[in-house]
Design a protein around this ligand. Structure first.
Ligand SMILES: CC/C=C\CC/C=C/CC(=O)SCCNC(=O)CCNC(=O)[C@H](O)C(C)(C)COP(=O)(O)OP(=O)(O)OC[C@H]1O[C@@H](n2cnc3c(N)ncnc32)[C@H](O)[C@@H]1OP(=O)(O)O
Length: 280
């Protein structure tokens, strides 16, 4: 998959590369527009922005940075023109080392809590396929604009892994119990237009730049609003989901490790990886 290499940064933007003295973003770039105070996090881990351990760590750092530096908004999008994110890195799940998978899933939980619960206004510009963990990432934002003719959804049922409570809660909170149940139990992937129909995304657009404009419009809507009051209201609105998942997080992660490590799930993951290899 070809990633565009042209310079994406305008004069008014600043590429925020360092998030601590010894680390830089290698799987994404965080760019602040100093005029608007809105930052764009562009996922850039070819070919499909799969969420490896390192990817999740950088995502966590970028979200932390957006809160610490009090950005007026954070837009998450992809540098690829065909894939927003293919979700969790299937290689992390297949034949996992027991300590690594435990830490990997804990890291995923941490990132999700950070993004879902962050006070910064967030929007996703889904400019490519957005599968499973990729869909979770988009759903954790407040507002979603999707470019037409792509697919979004949680396909765990087809991969042979259970949909974890965190993914379910997020899907339910956006499209409601019945639609979530119908979709998740069969691993349905929605086209952009179908996603708009069930409320999985808020708008469908013809291209990425149009999507970014829409996202900026959503974020600009908070210019006159107290950031502190807004941030607290968002936390209150989301606290029930967060509290429940925080309470059960260790129990959930241990259960998932047990399930993922089981023979049946490992066989299904192996078959899924094989299918992907053979599709070419
Ligand atoms: C708290 C706990 C939680 C969870 C427990 C378990 C939860 C799991 C949720 C997940 O996120 S599981 C991941 C599910 N994702 C998928 O099944 C996506 C599979 N990928 C695709 O459908 C397609 O790749 C695509 C539609 C995203 C893009 O299609 P296309 O542009 O045609 O690219 P290719 O299919 O040719 O793929 C290129 C390259 O990338 C590899 N790859 C694709 N997806 C993944 C992935 N998720 N992880 C790792 N690697 C992936 C694919 O194998 C190809 O590799 P090559 O070496 O053959 O080039």
């Amino acid at each position: 998959m070809a990633f565009r290499t042209k310079n994406l940064f305008e004069k008014t933007t600043k590429l925020v590369r360092s998030y601590s003295s010894d680390k830089i973003y290698t799987h994404m770039s965080l760019t602040l527009n100093e005029q608007t105070g809105i930052a764009t996090l562009e996922l850039a881990k070819p070919p499909v922005n799969s969420m490896s351990f390192g990817f999740l760590s950088q995502l966590a750092a970028a979200v932390q940075q957006s809160e610490a530096d009090k950005y007026k908004g954070l837009i998450i999008t992809s540098r690829s023109s065909g894939v927003f994110s293919a979700g969790l890195d299937l290689k992390e799940l297949h034949h996992p080392d027991s300590d690594r998978i435990l830490n990997y899933l804990r890291r995923l939980q941490d990132v999700w809590f950070q993004l879902y619960d962050c006070s910064t206004p967030t929007a996703a510009v889904i400019n490519g396929h957005s599968i499973a963990g990729g869909c979770l990432l988009a759903l954790s934002c407040e507002y979603r604009v999707m470019v037409n003719s792509f697919k979004i959804g949680m396909n765990e049922a087809l991969v042979g892994v259970p949909v974890s409570p965190m993914f379910i809660a997020c899907m339910q909170s956006v499209i409601g119990q019945w639609e979530a149940e119908k979709a998740l139990l069969v691993g349905r992937l929605f086209t952009s237009e179908e996603a708009l129909g069930v409320g999985l995304v808020d708008e469908v657009v013809g291209g990425k730049s149009e999507g970014v404009c829409k996202a900026e419009g959503y974020l600009a809507g908070f210019r006159e609003v107290s950031a502190r009051a807004r941030g607290l209201s968002k936390r209150y609105l989301r606290q029930e989901v967060v509290r429940d998942l925080v309470r059960r997080r260790e129990e959930d992660v241990k259960k998932l490790v047990e399930i993922i490590s089981s023979r049946g799930v490992q066989d299904s993951l192996g078959e899924h990886l094989e299918r992907m290899k053979n599709k070419k």
